[in-house]
Write a protein that binds this ligand. Structure first.
Ligand SMILES: C[S@@+](CC[C@H](N)C(=O)[O-])C[C@H]1O[C@@H](n2cnc3c(N)ncnc32)[C@H](O)[C@@H]1O
Length: 225
């Protein structure tokens, strides 16, 4: 029987520096060097009515596949690790499918500097780092300081979709959302038990599915002010 603290232990994304990826970034076509310049203009830039933002995109598979599957929707993927962002950038640049997609290399805690109030329709949190130690709880992407910013940048119909393999992170996050102005619209504790062709599988998710781990998923809606 795993202990409560061992349940928090996951394979954290401790990537070593990938030199080619870091060097690739400046020439990337999808990378937005100064995201704040597009504040309030992302929909115009991407020619879309629906703007999705994925925070902590890793090597970018989810946003890339979702943008290709939903050609009318715009996607902005955010990643703070330079090497992961460089790998994502190259994959996105080299992918031949039609898509409305950009990449920001930066910390999600700056989301309010990059997007105007009400500009974002959907925020995706996929397999976010769990930061199991209490002293780092503020770094969880479902911590209150992030939720306050999400509430601001989301449109009135805005949603947050969270997927994780990590039960303690899920148990921490659900009440956080509910006490910070979000309502629960959907919840599953074994999302991949059924086929969901409408939802792309992330890199981390692929590994967890292979290991037979259940995927937790919840959709939160912004409550009317
Ligand atoms: C466990 S990985 C998951 C990657 C991907 N979402 C997936 O499901 O395959 C978490 C990723 O989030 C990134 N990350 C963590 N905190 C972040 C933050 N505050 N801002 C941007 N990216 C962050 C990490 O660098 C890492 O690449």
């Amino acid at each position: 029987m795993p202990t409560r603290s061992s349940l928090w232990q996951v394979d954290p994304m401790r990537m070593r520096k990938v030199k080619w990826a870091v060097e690739y970034l400046p020439q990337s076509k999808v990378l937005v060097a100064d995201p704040a310049e597009n504040k309030g203009k992302w929909k115009e830039l991407l020619q879309t009515d629906t703007l999705h933002v994925e925070l902590g995109c890793g090597k970018g598979k989810y946003s890339l596949d979702m943008a290709a599957m939903n050609e009318q929707d715009g996607f902005v993927a955010v990643e703070k690790n330079e090497s992961a962002a460089g790998i994502a950038a190259r994959k996105m640049d080299e992918d031949g499918r039609d898509k409305k997609l950009r990449l920001i290399m930066g910390d999600a805690d700056r989301i309010g500097e990059w997007f105007a109030p009400g500009e974002v329709d959907v925020i995706h949190l996929n397999f976010s780092d769990p930061w199991p130690k209490k002293r780092y709880a503020k770094r969880r992407l479902s911590a209150p300081s992030f939720l306050e910013q999400y509430k601001t940048v989301l449109s009135s119909q805005g949603k947050i979709i969270m997927k994780t393999d990590n039960a303690p992170l899920f148990e921490f996050s659900v009440p956080q959302f509910l006490s910070h102005g979000f309502s629960l619209e959907e919840m599953s504790v074994d999302f991949r038990r059924e086929e969901h062709p409408e939802d792309a599988i992330t890199e981390y998710e692929e590994k967890f599915i292979e290991q037979g781990k259940p995927i937790y998923r919840a959709v939160f809606a912004k409550e009317k002010a």
